[in-house]
Design a protein around this ligand. Structure first.
Ligand SMILES: Nc1ncnc2c1ncn2[C@@H]1O[C@H](COP(=O)(O)OP(=O)(O)OP(=O)(O)O)[C@@H](O)[C@H]1O
Ligand SMILES: [Mg+2]
Length: 242
């Protein structure tokens, strides 16, 4: 069954400043949406607000999956409703192993270790890494791959992945793009990736690309938009938003 994620008029304040100023997005399961935009335009603020991070104050708007409002829910309730966030800078959680997070989230425990190893193999992550505490002593690229293992195990309805490509070597980048692409077929995952580079999109064909500038979507288009951005930068879009 198709589900819909609707973000409407989302306004978010960070450290006394309104960073998201009326953000709108509509996507369905099985689609791949991309958010691109200059540094500081509010992309990670969107990801933090969607998780329910307490430092990001929602001033207005709505975030719904199939007409159920998420903004009033706790972060774990949002996850139970099918929303997964992979942060730009994954946090270290000393004393907690990836498997503990999965058990706490209610993932089917049958053959759990083996299924985790299979997911690790898909993104070329050494399986020993899964026995360490979450993100502790992991390289930048290993953290991103470990996030992908959680993604594959949790099978969210919608996943928001903030710069999942940053810090990945070129082989891992391809593996992650292929894993995401497969997920959009395997369980019709709705994928929202935040990225600066079109490289990730070579093996993950976007349904739509949205350009964020100063807290609002200023342009929406097909895959060709990433080519235009790479060629011309964000300057033409800044003019469009003025
Ligand atoms: N926790 C915070 N405390 C203070 N300011 C913040 C915080 N988080 C974000 N900001 C500010 O909000 C603005 C938007 O930041 P955000 O991280 O959303 O940008 P971004 O679009 O993700 O940029 P990048 O491409 O560099 O990742 C920036 O000016 C940033 O300095
Ligand atoms: Mg960011």
């Amino acid at each position: 069954m198709t589900s819909t994620l609707i973000i409407e008029g989302l306004r978010v304040e960070v450290a006394g400043k309104e960073v998201l100023r009326g953000f709108d997005l509509l996507m369905r399961t099985g689609e791949v949406h991309v958010i691109m935009g200059p540094n500081g335009s509010g992309k990670s603020t969107l990801a933090h607000a969607l998780t329910g991070h307490p430092g990001y104050k929602v001033l207005g708007g709505s975030v719904r999956i199939d007409d159920v409002e998420l903004l009033t829910m706790s972060p774990s309730e949002r996850a139970r409703h099918g929303l997964l966030l992979a942060m730009q800078q994954p946090l270290e959680v000393a004393g907690v192993r990836p498997i503990d997070l999965l058990i706490a989230a209610g993932v089917d425990p049958t053959n759990l270790r083996q299924r985790m190893r299979d997911e690790a193999e898909r993104v070329e992550l050494r399986p020993e890494i899964l026995d360490r505490f979450v993100n502790v002593d992991l390289s930048g690229g290993e953290r991103k791959r470990a996030e992908m293992v959680q993604f594959g195990m949790l099978r969210p309805k919608f996943a928001v992945l903030d710069e999942i490509d940053s810090g990945l070597d070129v082989d891992a980048l391809g593996a992650v793009a292929r894993r995401l692409s497969l997920a959009s077929n395997e369980w019709e995952c709705g994928i929202l990736v935040i990225t600066h580079f079109k490289r990730l999109l070579q093996e993950l064909t976007p349904t739509m690309i949205h350009v964020l500038s100063e807290g609002r979507v200023v342009a929406t288009g097909g895959p060709e938009l990433s080519e235009i951005l790479e060629r011309d930068g964000y300057e033409p879009f800044r003019v469009a938003s003025a």
